[in-house]
Design a protein around this ligand. Structure first.
Ligand code: DX5
Ligand code: ZN
Length: 220
């Protein structure tokens, strides 16, 4: 798959969101990544469907919603209605995962499955034929600006093999602690979708230069 940057707005300046998304889009981000947190599945509360609606009003870029919430199935309709293109849910959080993934598809969104750094790759084997994206977390979710967990690189390689065996287009997405230092390792491990937050929206060199530097490493 074409390598893409999914810019996480978690650490963007919400008072400047329209300008920041315009700048990031002009610099070449591919998707907008929405980190949805409920303060229960993860120790933080972030944003909901209304933020997805706002981003859809601001930008025509594709959006993926990463649901770090306790009852993801309940919120599929709201994020689909808000104009999200892909919804990803955590395998740890859903005892009826096939029903939830089917619900996402029934709402005309693509479906993603997410696993935390401590969750074995074997846990997603039974849903590989249903998903359009596998998200391998490289931090324990809840906050932007965390340190990339290097042991996750082996897991990314394992998921790469699982996806290649499926013989169809499935994104291998990685999320957490990706910057110009860690991105080359994530690419080498076989990922093709990079969720990047702080390294775009919360640094000294500014959005335009950050995205340019990251895209140079991706070769796009
Ligand atoms: C889970 C979130 C973060 C965010 C990326 O905590 O999903 O990983 O998107 O954050 P950065 O790029 O700032 O590590
Ligand atoms: Zn995320």
């Amino acid at each position: 798959m074409k390598k893409i940057i999914n810019a996480s707005i978690l650490n963007a300046d919400f008072s400047q969101l329209e300008n920041q998304l315009e700048e990031a889009s002009a610099a070449g981000i591919d998707w907008i990544h929405l980190d949805i947190m409920d303060g229960h599945f993860v120790p933080n509360i972030s944003m909901g469907p209304s933020m997805a609606k706002t981003c859809r009003r601001i930008s025509a870029l594709p959006m993926d919603a990463h649901l770090m919430i306790s009852n993801p199935n309940q919120f599929i309709p709201a994020f689909a209605d808000a104009g999200v293109n892909l919804i990803s849910v955590h395998i740890e959080q859903d005892i009826h995962i096939h029903r939830t993934l089917q619900n996402i598809k029934d709402h005309n969104c693509r479906a993603g499955i997410v696993l935390n750094p401590g969750t074995p790759v074997s846990s997603i084997e039974s849903v590989m034929d249903m998903v359009d994206l596998v998200l391998v977390m490289s931090v324990d979710p809840g906050f932007g600006g965390q340190k990339f967990l290097l042991p996750v690189l082996d897991k990314i390689q394992m998921v790469r093999k699982m996806i290649d065996a499926q013989n169809r287009d499935i994104y291998l997405q990685v999320d957490g602690g990706i910057d110009t230092e860690t991105l080359p390792f994530v690419i080498d491990a076989g990922a093709d979708s990079f969720v990047i937050g702080s390294a775009i929206f919360n640094n000294q060199i500014g959005i335009q230069q950050s995205v340019t530097n990251l895209k140079k490493l991706i070769g796009s």
